[in-house]
Design a protein around this ligand. Structure first.
Ligand code: HEM
Length: 532
């Protein structure tokens, strides 16, 4: 069994013992029949045709033919590790989640880092967002914090996610470019959908080319809600901070590394853990009383906005250490299924429309990616908390349920588990309003925080950002699209727009944009009208 060099075994590790397989015994077929030759197929005569009755040959080839499963529709390329999380002090004032209230508990975790746009075989050091997804195997069930290395997102409503991803992914006719932000469709989307602007500033910054997964921040992005034992809610934003500090590569390095070692980040994580230099991250929380929901001039439900740390400082609450590499990439890193809706008592959602969409999307995609409804039984996904319910059958069912009943209520006994005491209860938020298909007015300012981000950069960081815009936008063939993006950037910062324009063959904007926070712009309305 693979143990961390510290000899650590936790609930998850012990559970995995039942699934770990070391090949030592005699070679057999999948049905356990011993075989003594795996080099030659059964043929009619030494030089004759292969026989259909060669069940060993057919089974081996058939299994191989079915080895691949669909890659994730986004975040296809990743690297994972096990470890543990421990809270510093009880957070019982805010949440009833046991793993956040008991400092003596070491909660096992599995973390998967990823790039977003590239396919499974793409290179690590591309300009892209990085995923930072953590599964906590708590004694009250699995909790997944499915975050990124940037604190905001490109879109405000999940209904735009397919549009956005279609614009980001390789262009459908030729699948070029494989994993870069340098193409017409992305910039077309950005120019027409200015809510992307804040995140695009992060994407063009050095944050998009982290040096190592060990030197990368993570963010839950959305505002979530903690709920205490009395049912009182507190808004929360999650932050992971790496112990080693936050470091990036520079663009030139990324290009060379991508050629020489496309596994650069993946290798670094693996080797650091093998060497015993365990990556560590501190979990921090911005805690916001519900009474302060409207105190910060931004809508907490808008995932394109941060809550400035000057206004709500990040409170360090706990530490995560990654101290064990997986035994098998496919079984664990590939088959792990994160989901924003995997929550435990004491952690709840908000009405952020992006989060609401995610709460639908992950389970939906995993049903097809992992072949049916039983993927929570896979070793890496299986909770250490007991699982008992009336769900039955389906592809990949590994449990042998006994008894005649699988419904509730029943008076015959047998299959039906009792309703749990101390259950998950949703926060009792009052909800009313007319049914509308309309973006909230409080979501309309697309520029202030993009400007805030730009203003926070040092001169050399701004230099890198301008170079990135010039390189990536400069690859866009359509003049009109480049022009529109520059016009958008003029709302962020006039100097930035002029600097970028000079590098992408577009006339620099002559005047500063009238601050309109993106509510309307003649160029944008024109472009949208032309599309209709
Ligand atoms: C992966 C959908 C927004 C972080 C995925 C996957 C889907 C998806 C379908 C593949 C999951 C799988 O096959 O197991 C969406 C939708 C979004 C959205 C519909 C918006 C409506 C976000 C945001 C973040 C994020 C805002 C970060 C805060 C991740 C991460 C993964 C992922 C880290 C990879 C998980 C892993 O390592 O397996 N997303 N996503 N996504 N998403 Fe999202």
């Amino acid at each position: 069994m693979s143990e961390s060099p510290q000899g650590r075994t936790d609930d998850k590790d012990r559970q995995l013992d039942d699934d770990r397989v070391d090949s030592k015994g005699a070679l057999t077929t999948d049905t356990g029949v011993r075989v003594d030759d795996t080099d030659n197929s059964l043929s009619a005569g030494e030089r004759g045709p292969t026989l259909l009755e060669d069940f060993q040959f057919r089974e081996k080839l058939t299994h191989f033919d079915h080895e691949r499963i669909p890659e994730r529709v986004v975040h296809a390329r990743g690297a994972g590790a096990y470890g543990y999380f421990q809270v510093y002090e009880s957070l019982a004032d805010y949440t009833r989640a046991e793993f956040l209230c008991d400092p003596s508990l070491k909660t096992p975790v599995f973390v998967r880092f990823s790039t977003v746009a590239g396919s499974r075989g793409s290179s690590d050091t591309v300009r892209d967002v990085r995923g930072f997804a953590t599964k906590f195997y708590t004694r009250e069930g699995n909790y997944d914090l499915v975050g990124n290395n940037m604190p905001v997102f490109f879109i405000q409503d999940g209904i735009k996610f397919p549009d956005f991803v279609h614009a980001v992914k390789p262009e459908p006719h030729n699948e070029i470019p494989q994993a870069q932000s340098a193409h017409d469709t992305l910039w077309d989307f950005v120019g027409l959908q200015p809510e992307t602007l804040h995140m695009m500033m992060w994407l063009m910054s050095d944050r998009a080319i982290p040096r190592s997964y060990r030197t990368m921040q993570g963010f839950g992005v959305h505002t979530f809600r903690l709920v205490d034992a009395e049912g009182r809610g507190t808004f929360v934003k999650f932050h992971w901070t790496p112990r080693l500090g936050t470091h990036s590569l520079v663009w030139d390095e990324t290009q060379r590394i991508a050629g020489k070692d496309p596994d650069f980040n993946r290798r670094d994580l693996w080797e650091a853990i093998e060497r015993g230099q365990y990556p560590e991250y501190e979990l921090g929380m911005q805690l916001i009383p519900e009474s302060d929901e409207h105190a910060f001039g931004v809508d907490l439900l808008d995932p394109t906005k941060i809550v400035p740390e000057e206004e709500v400082p990040v409170t360090p609450v706990g530490r995560m250490v990654l101290d064990r590499n997986p035994d098998n990439f496919f079984a664990e890193t590939e088959q792990v299924a994160f989901h924003t809706a995997n929550v435990v008592p004491g952690i709840d959602f908000t009405n952020d429309p992006l989060l609401q969409a995610r709460n639908f999307s992950y389970l939906d995609t995993q049903l097809i990616r992992l072949g049916g409804p039983n993927f929570q039984q896979l070793p890496v996904n299986r909770p250490v908390a007991p699982v008992d319910n009336d769900q039955r059958d389906g592809y990949g069912q590994h449990r042998v349920h006994r008894g005649a009943t699988s419904y509730y209520p029943n008076s015959l006994g047998g299959g039906c588990p009792a309703l749990g005491s101390d259950p998950y209860r949703h926060h009792q938020e009052r909800v009313d309003g007319a049914k509308v298909r309309e973006r909230s007015k409080s979501f309309q300012d697309h520029y202030s925080q993009a400007t805030l981000f730009y203003n926070s950069l040092s001169d050399w960081e701004r230099g890198h950002l301008v170079e990135a815009f010039r390189f990536e936008l400069g690859k866009c063939d359509t003049h009109q699209v480049r022009e529109r993006v520059v016009e958008r950037l003029n709302h962020v910062d006039h100097g930035l727009a002029r600097d970028v324009a000079a590098g992408v063959g577009v006339d620099p904007p002559r005047h500063e944009a009238v601050p309109n926070h993106g509510r309307s712009s003649p160029a944008l309305s024109q472009a949208r009208t032309a599309m209709n």
